[in-house]
Ligand binder design. Structure first.
Ligand SMILES: Cc1ncc(COP(=O)(O)O)c(C=O)c1O
Length: 357
């Protein structure tokens, strides 16, 4: 440990990395306290860490996160790797100008990307739906994703795979673009504080409805996430970390970045794909796990009333994994505690993702 700390303090960081240790792991992380001794502040500053107290503690007591801080994130763009601060694409890219492109969010466990094939199938289907040609074979892209995780020395990671339309003129016309950009970022994500997995989330229903499938089908995981962002902002304004979105028919669709399940009399219910939702990879894994455990799963239209009177409620997503919900629109769900079926699904999912591929 002492040796590692010494290495940590003497090695020069190869590249600057701005992220600090997540607040969940380091509760003091929100307190950017500088040391009274300016010399002690210099090293964390060189790392790009704005939370000096944490950086100091990290250097001397948490050598592993510290070594992670020192490592640069290497980002894949179009077949090349770039340090995070050098990973850039054109400001004329229609991905930026119009949200014209598609993406996936995935997780790796023990170095292996969970259900990579399913994520890639969805990516290529999303691209096909918007007539975007991904300039790589699926198998080559799978290798590139896995290689990016390895190159960053990550075991448990969050991966963002983005394909933009490419740079073009300032008009909308995708025919005037060329060179779609394939971007792979392998890093960490901490969506919700860990205690919420124990206690459960409180959510509200957003007034913003999910995109009408005839306008922009939610099955397309496009770079245009404004619909979800507007609903997310409503949630945050109401003091909630997630928000429930209804569809154009007033039925329950999904949350801003997660699918929703309820439990009633030991059976599971979740909206069907034609309710205007993203067909979540985690959703499908949970359905499989529940059925393997002998539970009945219904993919049926749900109303807000169904949610309010449910025994249990939980959300699923690659970033969130399986997270319980205990309150919706101020209504306590079931007992207000995380229920047994939710706990079972959470445990089963965690076991599944850690199985060898
Ligand atoms: C709108 C929306 N619904 C559901 C999900 C969950 O999908 P998955 O389990 O494939 O991550 C996501 C994930 O990004 C999402 O953005």
């Amino acid at each position: 440990m002492a040796v590692l700390c010494l290495i940590a303090t003497t090695l020069k960081p190869a590249k600057r990395r701005v992220e600090c240790i997540p607040p969940a792991a380091e509760p003091d992380c929100q307190r950017p306290i500088g040391s009274p001794n300016p010399a002690r502040n210099a090293y964390p500053r060189r790392l790009g860490c704005t939370h000096l107290a944490v950086a100091h503690r990290c250097l001397f007591h948490h050598y592993q996160p510290c070594l992670n801080l020192m490592a640069s994130v290497e980002i894949y763009i179009d077949g090349q790797y770039y340090a995070k601060e050098d990973a850039k694409i054109s400001v004329y890219d229609h991905g930026l100008l119009y949200g014209d492109g598609v993406f996936e969010g995935m997780r790796a466990y023990r170095g292996q990307v969970f259900r990579l094939d399913q994520h890639l199938d969805r990516l290529y289907e999303s691209a096909e739906a918007i007539l975007l040609h991904i300039p790589m074979e699926k198998s080559a892209l799978a290798q590139a994703v896995q290689a990016t995780v390895q190159r960053n020395n990550l075991q448990d990671a969050y991966i963002r795979l983005v394909v933009t339309r490419g740079a073009g003129s300032l008009g909308l016309d995708p025919a005037k673009t060329s060179n779609p950009q394939v971007i792979i970022i392998a890093d960490h994500i901490s969506l919700y504080p860990p205690e919420l997995y124990e206690k459960g989330l409180e959510i509200i229903t957003a007034a913003t409805i999910r995109n009408h499938p005839a306008a922009l089908n939610p099955r397309i995981k496009s770079l245009n996430y404004l619909n979800n962002i507007l609903a997310k902002m409503e949630g945050k304004q109401a003091g909630c970390d997630e928000a429930l979105m209804l569809n154009h028919r007033g039925e329950v669709a999904e949350c801003t970045g997660d699918n929703i399940f309820i439990v009633k009399r030991d059976q599971l219910y979740t909206p069907p794909v034609d309710a205007g939702i993203l067909e979540g990879v985690t959703r499908n894994a949970v359905i499989e796990l529940a059925r393997q455990a002998g539970r009945v799963v219904h993919e049926v239209a749900l109303t807000r009333h169904d949610i309010y009177v449910a025994d249990e409620c939980f959300l699923t997503g690659s970033a969130a994994e399986v997270i319980p919900v205990i309150k919706v629109d101020q209504r306590t769900i079931g007992s207000g505690q995380v229920g047994p079926v939710t706990k079972q699904m959470h445990a089963a999912f965690h076991e599944l993702v850690r199985q060898p591929a």
